[in-house]
Design a protein around this ligand. Structure first.
Ligand code: C2E
Ligand code: MG
Ligand code: MG
Length: 619
């Protein structure tokens, strides 16, 4: 039977628990309310004339009391009945007044049931039975407390409450343990996924560039050690852009996946197949010959050439240009040099008419550099000399108040037709052809002049300057910055130099020394493209920068990509632990900004906040 709450309680007075609750603080009140909701199972002795324990509990405000009566605990059906009735039981009160030792046996049976394993049990026994041995046996049988007859509410209620609190505590601990176990399991899955992502391409499941580079290093080592030749194939799809533009990215992605499968089928399982950029694949074949490598490349080219991709009633056919570079035991090349050779050979295949295979040769490299340099060097030199470089400025905001704190300066070149050329087209060539020093120094002079000319009310505004990795190894950098700041009177802390993660680690000792000197002057530093070089997390700890700037590739799809969300959160954690400010770029919409705000980012920039413009922007 179930006793209805407060059945024998007079409406004129409050229950014990209510009176207490009225005098308690809100959090205690909540606890008492919770306690009153706990299920108590009372197993009473029907031969007993003393007051019913169940009704005493009801009088004290307990709402979920289940009770059953028995004549003798030896009754076999009793245990079955208790199990059936006792759902959500938080405490058992077992009256064994007339049963003595067989009552204790029954207590043990209840305690041994899995259902009641964590449920506290209080024995109610006759005073006549009082004996230390009996008490000891009762605890051994699983009881946590004993109350002797006649039972008084005064004694019963505190012990019931204390037992229920004990149960609540146990439950909380158990739940917490389960939560921790779940969290640990989830973290392991995420770590495994991140580990996978670090070495694999998400779209095709093939190895990524990073994994390929590792395999290349091993192949170079094997080639020397075992004295054999290996080959690297570089495959670039001809005009993949056509499908992507005509059919959209989703179809483009499907196409790239089917090409990955096509290639997979054409190679041996020991070869390493990687996707290294959007429409570029690479295959590493160990222990082969020029002849065989050329044969494999030709076979793959034919297979792609013969492949038809159908979508929306249209059949697409595209070709592939394949470059092959050999890894020879007698040559002392690094992984990136071999990769560069295969890229170069692929470039040759493209320029010779596409959809063909080209084997790397030293003559190709020479001609390529000369051809490009011949085009670009005079253009860049002319731009530097004739003032056809200019800066655009992208605003950076403090996300806590939306105020613009400064700008990032981004260089542009004005070509002969007056059109703007973005830095990706000319900075890499300038770096290679020794023109970058002039550009870096021009930018520093130009930006400090701009700050100098700003009206006084913008005195607190800052500008970020991107410098090439060569600048930090140039002893002339420090005096240049020093003199320019001194002659213009611009405060050093208004300049933040941005250095990419890869540049920062490439000549670590020198770069670090230069950064320290410039920081001593008062300039700030930001680590640009943070997150793209996973290996340098250790360097970051020791790297003297003020800001970490999360690379845009983690931010762009933030609202849709859970892996990016995890990574960005952990980057923010790293920054906070190292006491550095954290910046996000590529903030392209409001949702991304709001999410970043929630994660605790400090500064943000991106098209949503403001695109780079020729003038500085203020709010
Ligand atoms: P960065 O320093 O990471 O600059 C961010 C780039 O992202 C800029 O491209 C900027 O226009 C673009 N961007 C800004 N907001 C968004 C957005 O919301 N979405 C997208 N998709 N893009 C956004 P930009 O100006 O073409 O610069 C490219 C890279 O060239 C820079 O990357 C930097 O590494 C280099 N660079 C730029 N200016 C200079 C310079 O003065 N000197 C040197 N040495 N390198 C420079
Ligand atoms: Mg930058
Ligand atoms: Mg960046």
């Amino acid at each position: 039977m179930t006793i209805s709450p407060n059945s024998d309680v007079q409406p004129a007075y409050s229950t014990d628990l209510e009176t207490h609750a009225q005098n308690s603080s809100k959090s205690e009140k909540l606890n008492l309310e919770n306690i009153r909701q706990k299920g108590i199972y009372v197993i009473e002795n029907s031969n007993d004339e003393s007051a019913s324990v169940a009704s005493m509990l009801a009088k004290s405000g307990f709402e979920k009391i289940f009770s059953t009566t028995h004549q003798n605990t030896a009754d076999k059906s009793l245990l079955r009945k208790i199990q059936q009735d006792a759902n959500n039981t938080d405490l058992i009160l077992l009256d064994i007044t007339h049963n003595g030792l067989s009552g204790l046996e029954f207590c043990r049976k209840i305690h041994d049931l899995k259902l009641f394993h964590d449920t506290p049990l209080i024995i109610i026994a006759s005073k006549n039975i009082w004996h230390e041995d009996f008490i000891y046996s009762a605890f051994l049988a699983g009881a946590i407390d004993i109350i002797f007859k006649p039972v008084q509410r005064l004694e019963l209620i505190p012990r019931v409450i204390s037992s229920l609190l004990l149960k609540t505590e146990r439950d909380l601990r158990k739940n917490h343990k389960i939560e921790l176990e779940n969290e640990l399991a989830e973290r392991k899955v995420i770590e495994a996924r991140l580990q996978y992502l670090v070495s694999h391409d998400e779209l095709t499941g093939l190895c990524n560039r990073r994994r390929l580079e590792q395999a290349l290093e091993t192949a170079v080592f094997h080639s020397k050690r075992k004295n054999y030749t290996s080959a690297l194939l570089y495959i670039d799809l001809d005009q993949f852009k056509v499908i992507n533009d005509a059919e959209g990215h989703a179809t483009g992605d499907r196409f790239l996946m089917s090409i990955a499968n096509q290639l997979r089928q054409g190679i041996h399982k020991d070869n390493i197949l990687a996707r290294i950029s959007s429409d570029e694949y690479s295959i590493l074949v160990e222990n082969t010959t020029d002849e065989k490598a050329r044969g494999l490349a030709e076979k793959l080219r034919r297979s792609i050439d013969g492949y038809r991709f159908s979508t929306n009633d249209k059949d697409y056919h595209i070709g592939a240009s394949i470059g092959v570079a050999m890894i020879l035991p007698e040559e002392d090349l690094t992984a990136s040099e071999i990769l560069a050779r295969s890229t170069q050979a692929c470039f040759e295949a493209k320029t010779h008419g596409r959809n063909m295979v080209h084997m790397f040769s030293h003559d190709d490299l020479e001609t390529h550099i000369i051809r490009n340099a011949a085009n670009w060097v005079p253009k860049i030199r002319d731009a530097i000399e004739n003032n056809r470089l200019c800066m655009h400025y992208q605003p950076v905001i403090d996300v806590t108040n939306g105020k613009i704190t400064g700008h990032e300066a981004l260089i542009r070149m004005i070509d002969y037709n007056g059109k703007l050329v973005t830095p990706d087209s000319f900075i890499p060539i300038a770096e290679r052809m020794g023109l970058i020093r002039d550009i870096d120094f021009w930018v520093i002079n130009h930006v400090i002049d701009v700050l100098h000319k700003l009206p006084e009310k913008y005195d607190h505004q800052t500008i970020n300057i991107n410098l090439s990795m060569y600048a930090f190894q140039d002893p002339a950098l420090l005096p240049l910055v020093c003199n320019k700041l001194a002659t213009t009177g611009v405060a050093a802390n208004r300049i933040t130099f941005e250095i990419t993660e890869t540049a920062a680690v490439s000549n670590y000792a020198n770069t670090r020394r230069m950064i320290k000197q410039l920081r001593k002057l008062g300039c700030c530093f930001a680590l640009d493209d943070f997150g793209t070089g996973f290996s340098s997390f250790n360097y970051i700890k020791q790297f003297p920068v003020d800001y970490l700037k999360i690379d845009g590739c983690f931010i762009r799809n933030l609202t849709h990509d859970q892996v990016d969300q995890r990574l960005v959160k952990s980057m923010i954690d790293v920054a906070k632990t190292l006491n550095k400010k954290i910046v996000a770029e590529y903030v392209e919409n409001e949702e991304i900004l709001n999410l970043l705000k929630k994660y605790g980012i400090d500064l943000a920039q991106g098209y949503y906040i403001g695109a780079p413009k020729a003038d500085l922007q203020y709010n």
